[in-house]
Design a protein around this ligand. Sequence first.
Ligand SMILES: Nc1ncnc2c1ncn2[C@@H]1O[C@H](COP(=O)(O)OP(=O)(O)O)[C@@H](O)[C@H]1O
Ligand SMILES: [Mg+2]
Length: 396
Amino acid sequence: MSRFVLITSDSALEDRVRAAIMGGLSGTLHVAAGLAPDELSQVLFDPGEATEVLLFGPGMATEDALRLASIVDVQHPEISLVLAARPDPELALSAMRAGIRDILDPGSEPEAIRVLVERACRSAESRMFGTNRKQQSAPKSGLIIVVASSKGGVGKTTLATNIAVSLGRIAPMSTVLVDLDAQFGDVSSALRIDPEHTLLDAVTGAAKDDSMVLKAFLSVHHSSIYALCAPGSPAEADGIRGDDVAHLLEQLASEFRYVVVDTAPGLGEQTLAALEKATEGVFVCTMDVPSVRGLRKELDVMNQLGFASNRCLVVNMGDPSGGLSVSDIEATIGARVDLVVPRSKDVAYSTNTGEPLLQRTTKGAAAKALDRLAGRFDPARQAEMERGRHKREALK
Ligand SMILES: Nc1ncnc2c1ncn2[C@@H]1O[C@H](COP(=O)(O)OP(=O)(O)O)[C@@H](O)[C@H]1O
Ligand SMILES: [Mg+2]
């Protein structure tokens, strides 16, 4: 049994949260209209039941909610803190810093509330009991999207950072970008982050067994996502084994809705371990013969290894003037290309300024293509596209 605590004076939200809990969660709901710091322990603790989720609802000033959240986060880090508020990047950033784990749109229907509270519960459980035990008893929940290619310089980091920033809009604070190009990774530069901790800290020591410690090693980015950057020097990356990577991705998937992974060129031990854990593989090539051949070999290896997850094939820096067409590429790789991202100076500019294109705009051919790519991982947009497709078919 779980204990959910809702702090709100909004009875309509209370009714929907109640309906959400009755709709498939096992636990009791405790509602308080307000909460002062000295009442915290009294409200959060019940001898029989530990609180797993604390939801700050409307009716409480945001500053007060965030102040309380920072206290609870320090005193009881196992509790998942959720803030009901309209999504807004500035608020999301202060909320992340206060230890809030998710933001709930106050107008959400019971089903959406149930899904969010269920995830919050699962991550609270994993923090209470340690990730290892949790992994045996519950399936991983987040999507693991791995971006890979045989060659360097084809746009993996560009794609991965833009996917993450875009997903950060639908899952603020529940999206993490991992730089698995452990030796020469440049996610930190693509996001203009100066990380205090890196991948190496995340796979060694206490973080391995404790997702709370792991979370403390993530860097916060102002697009409401977390990032785990590559170590500062190539030598530091040497000790990171495939098993470490697999364990890390499982831990992150149990905490986050989206785990986006950027990789090093080729199919090294770390990339293979990530692809083995991937729910979605994004394979990239550019419009030149070596890159396309590389993709074909990469797909052959994936087939031999029995890679069974969803696969998305992307041609980046699409430019018909080079003598190769998309159908030539499809004939060589023996599969359909899912998406072409055109060559654009906007992309190069965004890399050089450390601001992913989708953070600034969804206009322009390259941004539109990147946005479509990210949309593949958004169930709401998928459903919308399906509806559009059915409508078009019906009109034929
Ligand atoms: N669609 C594109 N149009 C123009 N330049 C691009 C495009 N995609 C990537 N680039 C540029 O190519 C370079 C390599 O991209 P990057 O994402 O770092 O590749 P990788 O991670 O595969 O090594 C970067 O300078 C980036 O700005
Ligand atoms: Mg890269």
